[in-house]
Design a protein around this ligand. Structure first.
Ligand SMILES: Nc1ncnc2c1ncn2[C@@H]1O[C@H](COP(=O)(O)OP(=O)(O)OP(=O)(O)O)[C@@H](O)[C@H]1O
Ligand SMILES: [Mg+2]
Length: 609
């Protein structure tokens, strides 16, 4: 199955998980912007290390002051102090510049990473198969990573960028203490342990809470979506259900809030206790260093290096731990993200054949059986029929009998469970997708609007023609859209959505005409129209079908419709009942047969008499 990729499990060592995230995020950032990530690491390390020359200069400053104050050598002391101050100024300036540049790079890389992920998401989504995309497990994970996208990306970048600074600081402090005060070093390290233990415990707990809150969180997300969507506005107002839904939102929010709040309180209290031994120890150390200085084992300057170096060491160590715990907390998000980015289409090695330049034998459905993954019943049952290269076919049947499914199978979006669909003898699932889809024009039942402009919305049918206004106009005329477009202030470039300036909302029928024009402009040898004119007025429907039939004369044309006035004009009509073809033939043949088709036709005809 396409979902399985190897990832360290939550139950495994936290260290492994942190390592995994560091590696993967590092790779992604490297791919996003190599130069920035290089400089962030270099500058941050430098920033961390530069604290320590400063400390040494302070030591020299204090020791010189003490040795020279009130003594005849004071002028020499002053000279040293001036040099020290200049050096400190220089280091301070360099640190400031480094921090500023680093901030700049950091926010820049965050934004770039965000942009990079949006594109990566879109490209990956385009590459995957329909069964993968429709898989509930996939959708669950995908929605989660998508919703958190930008904010998480930036957080990860900042965390990643800060790491070298802490590590640089810690390594420098280690260098100082390893020689002079190894015991201090060991105790400091030990005392950080309680914090680490508490942090990892609460991170685990946080996962568990998230899991328990999955349901209210999903309701929260859904209501957020419905309540403030322009598309739902009209319905919500007329139904008067808005306030009810806002209250439902409040309930879900409350449940999440209380659970999170309790967690946060408990974590804060435990964190305080875990930190206590270390706080006591660090203050005791100050007394110890003072003792060393008073007994003249070290100079006063050295004593203050120790005091400040321990403080800085503990700070860096804490920050490092906090960052690593945050990485650990991001484990689920990052592993889902990597899982998504590494998903591959199923059976890609099968798609090897190029679509023939000309269809000679036609399409054949050969004992095709199909059910959607997760569903119990056969949706398509033993369907057999053939379509000649110049046939036009009407596919009819009740709602939910599988007409759309049959067309999705033909388009190769799913693979039949039994039997096969071939074009000129080749299984459609064995064509290279791109080469097949270039030859297939399909208007889906729920086609997309793309409300930028009429020119673009039609041109998306064949992007190479998007700037060819002559061709766009030709197809707009075919579907009877031209007169309406000419009335718009910006004509073909007028936005077709009220959300833009000068934008207009096309009517339901006008949208369908755009959808048909988009399908026809592709000029493909196979045309599939799934209920293309259900919203179109009768005169326009008549005109459009005249054009479509003319265009489809030397092509394979399949249309699905519930209106018999158009259906009867097809060369051949297929009646689908519960996933099986029960009748087929021309209108006259089927009427003569006096079966289900004739019954349905008469039913509709009678209501017009
Ligand atoms: N992606 C899917 N996953 C699971 N079941 C599906 C999916 N799409 C459709 N179905 C189910 O398959 C059956 C056939 O659906 P299909 O869309 O093919 O019907 P149809 O004949 O086109 O109906 P209509 O005339 O309403 O468009 C329905 O029962 C539907 O619930
Ligand atoms: Mg349908």
């Amino acid at each position: 199955m396409a979902f399985k990729i190897k990832l360290p499990k939550i139950e495994l060592s936290p260290l492994l998980q942190v390592g995994f995230i560091l590696k993967k995020v590092g790779q992604l950032l490297w791919e996003t912007d190599k130069k920035s990530i290089f400089w962030i690491v270099v500058l941050n390390t430098l920033g961390g290390v530069l604290v320590f020359p400063g400390l040494f200069l302070d030591k020299i400053f204090i020791d010189t002051l003490i040795n020279s104050a009130g003594k005849p050598v004071w002028l020499d002391g002053l000279k040293i102090i001036i040099i020290v101050v200049i050096a400190r100024l220089f280091i301070g300036l360099v640190r400031n510049i480094i921090l500023e540049i680093n901030d700049l790079l950091d926010s820049r890389l965050g934004r770039e990473f965000d942009m990079f992920m949006d594109r990566a998401f879109a490209r990956k989504y385009l590459e995957l198969d329909i069964p993968t995309i429709e898989n509930p497990e996939f959708q669950d994970k995908f929605q989660k990573i998508k919703n958190q996208g930008g904010a998480r990306a930036r957080q990860l970048v900042t965390m990643f960028g800060d790491l070298p600074q802490y590590i640089g600081g810690i390594v420098s402090a280690l260098a100082i203490f390893a020689y002079t005060q190894p015991l201090v070093l060991i105790i400091s390290l030990l005392l950080v342990l309680p914090t680490i233990i508490i942090d990892s415990k609460y991170t685990r707990l946080s996962y568990e809470i998230d899991d328990k809150l999955r349901f209210p969180n999903r309701i929260w997300g859904m209501l957020n979506y419905y309540l403030v969507r322009a598309k739902s506005y009209l319905e919500l107002r007329i139904l008067g259900v808005g306030e009810y839904l806002v209250n439902k939102l409040a309930d879900a929010q409350h449940e999440v809030f209380v659970a999170r709040d309790n967690y946060q309180k408990s974590r804060t209290i435990s964190g305080f206790w875990a930190n206590l031994p270390e706080t006591f120890f660090s203050h005791s150390l100050d007394i110890y260093f003072a003792f060393l200085a008073l007994t003249q084992k070290i100079t006063i300057g050295t004593a203050q290096i120790y005091v400040r170096a321990t403080a800085s060491f503990r700070n860096d160590l804490h920050s490092l731990m906090k960052t690593l715990v945050k990485f650990y907390e991001n484990y689920l998000y990052v592993s889902d993200l990597i899982w998504f980015l590494e998903l591959k289409p199923i059976d890609q090695e099968l798609h090897k054949k190029v679509f023939p330049p000309k269809i000679s034998k036609g399409i054949k459905f050969d004992h095709v059986w199909f059910k959607y993954s997760g569903s119990q019943n056969w949706i398509i049952q033993d369907v057999n029929f053939e379509i000649d290269p110049r046939d036009n076919i009407a596919l009819i049947g009740e709602n939910g009998t599988g007409k759309t499914t049959l067309m999705k199978l033909l388009a190769g979006f799913y693979t039949p469970d039994k039997g096969k669909i071939t074009i000129d003898g080749v299984d459609v699932n064995h064509f290279i997708n791109k080469s097949y889809w270039n030859n297939l024009a399909m208007m889906p039942q729920n086609f997309e609007a793309y409300d930028f402009s009429t020119r673009e919305s039609i041109g998306y049918g064949d992007v190479s023609k998007i700037n060819n206004l002559t061709v766009i106009k030709k197809y707009a005329k075919f579907v009877g859209l031209d007169t309406w477009v000419e009335t718009l202030p910006l004509k073909y470039d007028n936005p077709i959505s009220r959300f833009y300036e000068k934008g207009v909302d096309p009517s339901g029928g006008q949208w369908q005409k755009i959808g048909i024009a988009r399908t026809l402009i592709k000029e493909a040898p196979i045309i599939i129209l799934d209920e293309p004119t259900s919203n179109v007025d009768p005169q326009a429907e008549e005109d459009i079908f005249n054009q479509v039939l003319k265009l489809g004369k030397n092509k394979i044309l399949i249309f699905i419709s519930h209106r018999f006035s158009t259906v009867r004009r097809a060369d051949r009509i297929l009646l689908l009942e519960k996933g099986t073809i029960t009748e087929q033939g021309s209108h006259d043949e089927l009427m003569k047969r006096d079966g289900k088709y004739a019954h349905l036709f008469n039913l509709q005809a009678k209501s017009y008499q």
